[in-house]
Design a protein around this ligand. Structure first.
Ligand SMILES: NC(=O)c1ccc[n+]([C@@H]2O[C@H](COP(=O)([O-])OP(=O)(O)OC[C@H]3O[C@@H](n4cnc5c(N)ncnc54)[C@H](OP(=O)(O)O)[C@@H]3O)[C@@H](O)[C@H]2O)c1
Length: 246
């Protein structure tokens, strides 16, 4: 039996960082996403550099009726799903989403509904092994509703709550669930975004994810100082917060 780790949204900047950290630890990988060419490029690079086995699977998380088939054909004979990292996310544009239900729905499906429905299915694959891990990337944006991104923020906040419940449910099955809340990270998602500060590199966040997993943490802010920034943000009274334009 060989163990493998599945990365959902493997073309993501943060996922690439985490894939390197996993590969350095000798983990075999399945890279899932929409862009087959880019996934193959990442797979070849990881195979050559780290001498691990890497497969590619196509996945559009918003095609909810294709999840069953994706899970059914995921593993080769003799392969065990040892872990899952879900890095899929879509920032979208708040003002567009506020007036266009299609954009709002896209943000909710790609950040919440799709990941939740697929992780539920993947958990069923892992439960019989009574071991393994599920890592979900939520966001500091999910810690407090803000006027500048409340559709994305609420989807990420909901995803964070889901992960918390999943962690409680899977505890007795011996499966670790880690919630990751990154601050600003230098990836395609934030490219050219105004007003960013204390921006982290995806490789640093990727390594931070693995360290948190190895320490057996339930949830982690990355970089760690975001814990204190969010403590302050959460403690500002609503009467003041709504006037700040954040
Ligand atoms: N960057 C930040 O500052 C930041 C901060 C907090 C949280 N996060 C979260 O961190 C995670 C990784 O994001 P990132 O910063 O690395 O950004 P990214 O490079 O833009 O990655 C987003 C990933 O989601 C995938 N994706 C989007 N819609 C999909 C769909 N319908 N089906 C399958 N895959 C889909 C993208 O695939 P394609 O290549 O096919 O588009 C890409 O792999 C996301 O969950 C994001 O919300 C990021």
């Amino acid at each position: 039996m060989s163990e493998t780790v599945l990365i959902l949204g493997a073309t993501s900047g943060i996922a690439r960082g985490a894939a390197i950290a996993l590969a350095q630890r000798g983990r075999n990988l399945i890279l899932a996403g929409r862009d087959e060419e880019e996934l193959q490029r990442i797979a070849s690079d990881l195979t050559i550099r780290y001498n691990i086995s890497v497969h590619v699977r196509l996945l559009d998380i918003s095609a909810l009726n294709e999840h069953e088939e994706f899970v059914a054909s995921l593993l080769h004979t003799g392969e065990i799903l040892a872990g899952v990292l879900c890095a899929i996310g879509y920032l979208g544009e708040q003002e567009t989403a506020f007036t266009d239900p299609n954009e709002a729905s896209r943000i909710m499906t790609q950040n919440y509904t799709g990941p939740v429905l697929l992780l539920d299915r993947l958990a069923q694959l892992m439960i019989p092994n009574r071991a393994g891990f599920i890592i979900g990337i939520a966001s500091v944006a999910g810690d407090r509703g803000r006027q500048s991104n409340f559709i994305y923020g609420s989807a990420k906040g909901g995803f964070g709550l889901y992960l918390q419940g999943l962690r409680n449910r899977l505890f007795r099955e011996g499966i670790q669930v880690l919630t990751v809340k990154p601050g600003f990270v230098d990836t395609a998602m934030t490219y050219g975004m105004p007003g960013m500060f204390l921006v982290a590199q995806p490789e640093v966040v990727g390594e931070g994810i693995l360290r948190a997993l190895e320490k057996g943490k339930d949830a982690v802010y990355l970089p760690g100082f975001w814990r204190y920034i969010m403590l302050i943000i959460r403690s500002i009274p609503e009467k003041i917060f709504k006037r700040l334009g954040l």
